[in-house]
Design a protein around this ligand. Structure first.
Ligand code: ATP
Ligand code: MG
Ligand code: ZN
Length: 514
């Protein structure tokens, strides 16, 4: 007898329905899975057979053919286990029939997702959140998922989601025993992330703090340059504490990616605080972009709507830094897998730190720099001009002086700074309502023209900075965007000369790297 069970799969962030057809017929006993399955799907044969036996059902000695349709898409992972097991049980009449052996129609109402353990437990799978959102768009109204994924399902309205612990639970459901779907909750957009460091403990460094505040307010990329021990790493670690709260849209976008990658906190099921990712300089290209044998996203996408912090930037191989250029420009990353490629969003704020030279003390008031000009040049050339062009704020972090360091007074707290950042972000949310962007840093040329109109005094400052610093066209738009954020922090509708003057100050590396 042939049984058909609905399941679901992802291609990047988009989902599609998979029909799992199971046929049991006479012939040499064999269990075959067709329809472009990868090895994880093929191995599901062993899991399904054990799970069936260990849940008190019997395994058939006949020939079993499982077809995953549509056959032309590559099916990855163990998420079809549950559907395959149910198909096998239905086709051997152990489930899905009434006492008169009539097939129950309830089976067709549901979509089943889940990996099975040998004992028949339904295990956590990746990608539940994007699958639910996509399934809802495709008009699917009932879906069965592993209990371990229940928390990410809480926030998706408009679709009934049933959590099961075991294969036996799922059988009971298709046999007509209804149980309550998962209760839905509201997304709490006001939850605030915690940071490892608080700005109140950072002594001095007023201009660096100011630049960090601007960066957080407008979502601008920032690089901190300075001698060892000035507090660059410390300042970067303060960032999560001043970043603006996420909008519901941003929360869902980021959660989808973390869900696919399997890095979502199971207890919470949703990402409500901006990611702060710190990939090591030895991280591989694939770890950053994602891809390889699976189309799993990488660090670049994990940082979506949050921060990617690259400490000691010149330590990163140039090839790795080059990878960042495209996502920094377009906010997406293309992940290739065999002959196909998928796109994931990768809209992050880049925060980097570096020393000004190999010894670290170029320009230092307290230490002598021991580097030759050619060493310095070689060091600076590790980061490319085009990458630096994409960084809106360059900020020099000087060594802290003794008076600042020894003062017992606490500085302004991260919480207080975040208040101002939230207000400035609120202005931007209103400004960009109805568009696909959320912050000044992502403005298109048309938006820059519309929202960063300068008066003649502003024009003059910009022009003279250009002549003096030999800036690129990209630096020009960066300055305008940063000036817009500075004006927003001040509550000013217009971008005026002083906003431009401050923004120009944050381009100190334009001359150093060419
Ligand atoms: N401005 C500061 N206020 C308070 N403590 C500071 C400050 N700057 C540095 N420190 C102290 O010095 C330690 C080292 O600072 P940090 O690692 O942030 O420096 P860095 O600029 O990243 O140096 P490196 O270039 O060597 O990485 C901090 O953990 C902190 O204890
Ligand atoms: Mg450091
Ligand atoms: Zn030096």
């Amino acid at each position: 007898m042939l049984a058909r069970i609905n399941s679901y799969a992802l291609d990047g962030l988009n989902g599609y329905r998979v029909s799992v057809e199971v046929d049991v017929h006479s012939g040499i006993p064999k269990f075959e899975v067709v329809g472009l399955p990868d090895t994880a799907v093929k191995e599901s044969r062993e899991r399904v057979r054990s799970a069936i036996k260990n849940c008190g059902f019997y395994d058939t000695p006949r020939k079993v053919t499982v077809n995953l349709a549509p056959a032309n898409t590559k099916k990855a992972g163990p998420i079809f286990d549950l559907a395959i097991a149910l198909g096998l049980l239905c086709s051997t009449e152990q489930a899905g029939i009434d006492e008169n052996k009539r097939t129950l129609t309830t089976i067709e109402e549901y979509v089943f997702l889940g990996e099975l353990s040998l004992s028949g437990e339904v295990r956590h799978i990746n990608g539940v959140m994007p699958m639910l959102i996509s399934a809802r768009e495709h008009g699917i109204s009932k879906i069965v998922i592993p209990r371990a994924n229940a928390n990410e399902a809480k926030y998706i309205r408009g679709i009934e989601v049933y959590a099961v612990d075991t294969l036996a639970d799922a059988v009971s459901l298709i046999n007509g025993n209804r149980f309550a779907p998962i209760e839905k909750s509201e997304i709490d957009v006001n939850s605030v992330g915690s940071a490892v460091e608080d700005l109140k403990y950072v002594k001095g460094q007023y201009s660096a703090k100011r630049a960090l505040e601007i960066a957080a307010a407008g979502g601008h990329n920032i690089i901190m340059i300075g001698a060892p021990g000035g507090g660059k790493t410390m300042l970067a670690k303060c960032l999560p504490g001043i970043l603006p709260k996420m909008t519901e849209q941003e929360i869902l976008e980021t959660t989808k990616i973390h869900s696919i990658a399997g890095i979502l906190d199971e207890d919470c099921g949703i990402v409500t605080t901006r990611p702060f990712r710190t990939p090591h300089h030895t991280a591989s290209r694939i770890a950053l972009t994602g891809g390889s044998s699976s189309s799993r996203p990488g660090e670049i996408s994990f940082a979506h709507n949050g921060v990617m912090f690259l400490d000691e930037l010149p330590e990163y191989p140039r090839s790795v830094l080059e990878i960042l250029r495209q996502p920094l420009e377009d906010g997406v990353v293309t992940v290739s897998r065999a002959a196909r490629s998928v796109e994931y969003p990768a809209n992050f704020m880049l925060v980097a730190s570096m020393n000004p030279c190999p010894c670290g003390y170029k320009g230092s008031a307290t230490h002598e720099c021991s580097c030759s000009p050619s060493q310095i040049q070689k060091y600076m050339s590790r980061i490319s001009g085009p990458l630096l062009d994409r960084i809106d704020l360059h900020i020099e972090v000087d060594e802290v002086n003794y008076d600042d360091l020894s003062s017992g007074e606490l500085a302004e707290s991260s919480a207080a700074v975040r208040e101002r950042v939230n207000v400035a972000r609120g202005v931007q949310t209103k400004r960009f309502a109805g568009t696909s962007i959320y912050s000044n840093s992502k403005m298109t040329s048309e938006m820059i023209k519309k929202y960063c109109e300068l008066d003649s005094a502003g024009e003059k400052i910009l022009q003279s900075a250009f002549d003096k610093l030999g800036m690129s066209a990209r630096a020009y738009t960066r300055i305008l965007k940063v000036a817009r954020t500075i004006a927003d922090l001040e509550g000013s509708e217009k971008v005026s000369a002083k906003h431009i003057a401050e923004a120009v100050m944050y381009r100190s590396l334009d001359k150093a790297v060419r």
